[in-house]
Design a binder for this molecule. Structure first.
Ligand SMILES: Cc1cc2nc3c(=O)[nH]c(=O)nc-3n(C[C@H](O)[C@H](O)[C@H](O)COP(=O)(O)O)c2cc1C
Length: 400
C-alpha cells in the first residue's frame, strides 16, 4: 500500500519548533511528508531541518522546480494537509483564498481534509477578524483545533498555545482515517467525564480507584476529530490535554457532579466514562489522622455520593440530550449491565469487565454497548479509540 501523503504546512509562529516533533510522529508511523513552511516560518526553524527530517525538498515560494508545477501538484496529491502552527496571518489568507506563496497555493488546490492548529497570543486569537476567519474555515469543512491555554511567548499566559504535538498527531490520524466522511458531530457540544474521583479522609489520604482516564480521553479525542466542541471533565488524570478540547480538572465526586451539570446545560450528549466513587468518608479530618500505639484505628464511616448518571438521565438539560453511562463490572457483567441501564434511565450503557490488571490503565478495551431500546452492540478487543468511535456512531445516529 502507498504511504498516506501528508503536507505539513508550518507558518511563522514561535511554536514552529514543535512542528519538528509532529513531523517525526508522521514519518515514524509510515507517512510520506512534504513540509511547506512559509518564509516567516524559516526565521524560526531552517529549511535544512525540515528537509532532513522529512527526506523531501523544501520550498516556500512557487518559483522553485516550476516544471513540476508544485503550486498545484503538492495540494492535489495530498491525503491530508495540516498547518501547525497556524498563524493569524495564514488563517486570514486561507479564509480569503489568497495565494501568494507555496503553502497558500497548496491550501487552495487540496481537496483532501485540512487541519489547522492555530497558535498565537490570546488577543490575536480572540480578535473578531481571527474568529470570523476560523468560522469561515470550519464552515467550509476544515478542522480548526482550539488552541490550548498556558504559557505563551515571553511572560504572557492565556489561550493561544499550540496543543501537544502528540495530540495534534492524534487528531490528524483520526481525520485521515475518516477520509472524506463528513465530520458528523460538527456543531454539537459533547461532555465527557474521565478518570477516577478521590474522596479525601484527611489532607494526605483518600479513597480512590484505578481508573486512568484513558477511555474518557479517547472519547474526547475522537469526538473532537468528528467536529464536536468537547468539554472533558477530568478527575485526577495524568494525561496530556487532547488537542482542541476544553479540560476541566476535578477531584471529588461532588466536584465532578458540579462541573458536569454546568457543562451539560447546553450539551447535545453527555458521556460518563469517569469512575465516580459511590461513597465518601462521612467525616474529613482537618489534620493528618495519627496512629496511636495503644488504640485500634477508628472505622471509616461512609455516606452515599450523588448518583450523577441517574440525575443526568432523569433531568435532561435539553430535550433530546443523549446520556451515556459506563458500567465497570467484575462478574455477571451483562446481567448487571442490563439492570444498571434500567435503574439509571440513560440511553446507552457501555458495559465492560474490569479487574486489577484488566482494562484500568490499559490501551485496549472490550465492551458491549447496551441501548435503552434493547439494542446490543458488541465491540471486540481493540484500542480504546475503537470503542469511542462506536459510542459516537450510536450517539450521532440518535441525535439524527
Ligand atoms: C518572535 C515572533 C513570534 C511570533 N509568533 C507568532 C505566533 O505565535 N502566532 C502568530 O499568529 N504570529 C506570530 N508572529 C507574527 C508572524 O510571524 C507574522 O504575522 C508573519 O507575517 C506570519 O507569516 P506567515 O503566516 O506567512 O507565516 C510572531 C512574530 C515574531 C517576530
Amino acid at each position: 500500500m502507498d504511504k498516506p501523503k501528508v503536507v505539513l504546512g508550518v507558518s511563522g509562529g514561535i511554536a514552529a519548533y514543535k512542528a519538528c516533533e509532529l513531523l517525526r510522529r508522521f514519518t515514524e508511523s509510515g507517512h510520506e511528508v512534504r513540509v511547506v513552511p512559509t518564509a516567516s516560518a524559516l526565521h524560526f526553524v531552517g529549511a535544512a531541518t525540515w528537509s532532513a527530517l522529512s527526506g523531501n525538498p523544501v520550498a516556500t515560494e512557487v518559483w522553485d522546480d516550476v516544471h513540476e508545477v508544485p503550486h498545484v501538484r503538492i495540494g492535489q496529491h495530498a491525503d491530508l494537509v495540516v498547518v501547525a502552527p497556524a498563524t493569524a496571518d495564514i488563517l486570514a489568507k486561507a479564509a480569503h483564498g489568497l495565494a501568494d506563496d507555496l503553502l497558500t497555493n497548496t491550501l487552495l488546490t487540496a481537496r483532501c481534509p485540512v487541519v489547522f492548529a492555530p497558535a498565537m497570543h490570546t488577543e490575536m486569537w480572540e480578535h473578531p477578524a481571527t474568529q470570523e476567519n476560523v468560522a469561515t474555515l470550519r464552515r467550509r469543512g476544515a478542522v480548526v483545533v482550539e488552541p490550548a491555554v498556558g504559557r505563551l511567548t515571553g511572560v504572557d499566559t492565556g489561550k493561544g498555545r499550540l496543543p501537544d504535538p502528540g495530540e495534534i498527531f492524534e487528531v490528524c490520524r483520526r481525520v485521515l482515517a475518516r477520509g472524506a466522511e463528513e465530520p458528523d458531530l460538527e456543531g454539537r457540544h459533547v461532555v465527557v467525564s474521565a478518570g477516577g474521583t478521590r474522596e479525601p479522609l484527611d489532607p494526605v489520604r483518600f479513597l480512590g480507584n484505578r481508573s486512568s482516564g484513558k477511555q474518557g480521553y479517547a472519547l474526547a479525542r475522537t469526538a473532537a476529530a468528528r467536529g464536536a466542541r468537547v468539554t472533558l471533565v477530568a478527575a485526577n488524570t495524568a494525561l496530556p490535554d487532547p488537542a482542541g478540547v476544553d479540560v476541566v480538572p476535578v477531584g471529588t465526586a461532588v466536584e465532578l457532579r458540579e462541573a458536569v451539570l454546568r457543562a451539560a446545560a447546553d450539551a447535545d450528549a453527555v458521556v460518563m466514562a469517569a469512575a465516580v466513587a459511590d461513597f465518601r468518608p462521612a467525616a474529613y479530618a482537618a489534620g493528618k489522622i495519627k496512629k496511636k500505639d495503644d488504640q485500634e484505628p477508628e472505622p471509616i464511616v461512609l455516606v452515599r455520593n450523588p448518583d450523577i448518571l441517574a440525575e443526568l438521565s432523569a433531568h435532561r438539560a435539553r430535550p433530546g440530550q443523549v446520556v451515556v453511562g459506563f458500567a465497570a463490572e467484575t462478574d455477571d457483567v451483562l446481567a448487571n449491565g442490563r439492570a444498571k441501564l434500567k435503574r439509571k434511565g440513560c440511553d446507552f450503557l457501555v458495559v465492560n469487565e474490569v479487574g486489577e490488571s484488566k482494562t484500568f490503565g490499559a490501551e485496549e478495551n472490550e465492551a458491549v454497548v447496551l441501548g435503552a431500546d434493547g439494542g446490543e452492540t458488541p465491540v471486540p478487543h481493540g484500542p480504546k479509540e475503537e470503542l469511542a468511535e462506536t459510542v459516537w456512531d450510536l450517539v450521532a445516529e440518535r441525535l439524527g
